[in-house]
Write a protein that binds this ligand. Structure first.
Ligand code: M6R
Length: 359
């Protein structure tokens, strides 16, 4: 039920801190160790490479997952768009393990890949929000997100829940592999910190609403830019905005703009930069100067420790691997308020279905 909310999307954005805390309660023991089935963890531990397969927002959560699995567990990880992977399988490693990320568990493109994986005799894990869904039943193992029903077509809480689930899984796997990164990573502490950061960001809705009205109310197009993990967030941020507001939006690697796309920048084109990585913050800021000098209007979403007085949205500190959990929140809110400002049905954007059951 929507209760006092006009649209489910905003309700689901607000639910995210609770969803992350719920995952901690379900999958973390008192001593901080990971509670996941031994047979599943052994199967993951035997794999020499992880293949994450998904569509849409779940694919974008997989892009973030790649960094988390590689950094915490030290396992090479590939991320694939389901509709591509099914008919153009890459050369597989000796011992692949497939991870299907899917909110609904019913996406036809992902189901097609799973049935091929099953024919090939490989093991698989589905991370999903829907118990007993097709992808859950047909995979070897399931990890549930327990995020509660996601009604709005635009996925929000499933994205952050998938990243939190990947974090827990990577920690468990890293401990089996005895990586130093996993030993140093305090999952409960870091996820709680991220949940608190999300809470403080959803509490500042008015600021984001004002920015949506000022910069995105009438524009035809917009860009999200970032580098590294911020680029992964930019891809999901742009999908959110285009999906519900019909503003043509691209998520772009900041450094790549000057290789062609910068020709699209006109007077007042909104460029939204995500900056959380100290290694590349100065570079992204200089890429911003390049677009500002061509007339762009810039909105900055910046980590607290890198922020200046001019940055419009400041993100509370979170672990460097988990910055997408914080940075995506203002982007979800920008999408929501832009759609509302333009008078659209936020929960049911045109031409889209919640679950895509055709290939
Ligand atoms: O249920 P799934 O996670 O498998 O769905 C995948 C995509 O269809 C879904 O994420 C879609 O991109 C959303 N509408 C994005 O907000």
């Amino acid at each position: 039920e929507k209760g006092a909310y006009e649209f489910f999307m905003l309700k689901e954005i607000d639910e995210q801190p609770g969803v992350i805390r719920g995952l901690e309660q379900t999958y973390l023991a008192e001593d901080g160790s990971v509670k996941l089935a031994d047979d599943m963890m052994n199967a993951l531990n035997q794999a020499d490479r992880l293949y994450i397969v998904a569509a849409g927002t779940s694919y974008n959560a997989g892009l973030v997952g790649k960094s988390i699995f590689e950094k915490l567990a030290g396992v090479p990880t590939e991320v694939h768009i389901a509709s591509e992977f099914g008919y153009n399988m890459p050369l597989l490693s000796d011992k692949p393990l497939f991870i299907f990320l899917t909110q609904s568990g019913e996406t036809a493109d992902s189901r097609e890949v799973l049935s091929k994986v099953n024919q090939l005799g490989y093991e698989s894990l589905t991370i999903t929000n829907v118990p007993n869904s097709t992808l859950s039943r047909e995979a070897t193992y399931t990890m549930l997100l327990n995020a509660g029903p996601e009604i709005a077509v635009a996925s929000t809480k499933a994205y952050t829940a998938q990243i939190a689930a990947e974090t827990i899984l990577a920690k468990g796997l890293g401990m089996l592999k005895q990586t130093a990164a996993a030993a140093d990573f305090e999952t409960g502490f870091e996820l709680t910190k991220a949940a608190n950061a999300i809470q403080s960001l959803v509490d500042q809705k008015d600021v984001v609403e004002g920015l949506a009205q000022k910069y995105l109310g009438t524009t035809r197009n917009a860009f999200y830019i970032g580098r590294g993990i911020d680029y992964q967030t930019a891809i999901e941020a742009s999908l959110k905005l285009k999906e519900v507001s019909y503003v043509q939006t691209e998520g772009f690697a900041s450094g790549e703009l000057k290789h062609g796309t910068i020709s699209l920048i006109e007077e007042n084109t909104p460029v939204i930069a995500i900056i959380t990585d100290p290694k590349t913050a100065a570079l992204t800021r200089s890429n911003e100067q390049e677009v500002i000098s061509r007339g762009a209007s810039v909105i900055n979403i910046v980590a607290e420790e890198l922020a200046t007085a001019e940055d419009q949205i400041v993100l509370p500190e979170v672990h460097p691997l988990l910055t997408p959990l914080a940075a995506i929140i203002p982007a979800q809110l920008l999408a929501y308020y832009t759609s509302k400002e333009r008078g659209y049905d936020v929960d049911k954007p045109r031409n889209l279905a919640k679950s895509v059951t055709v290939e």
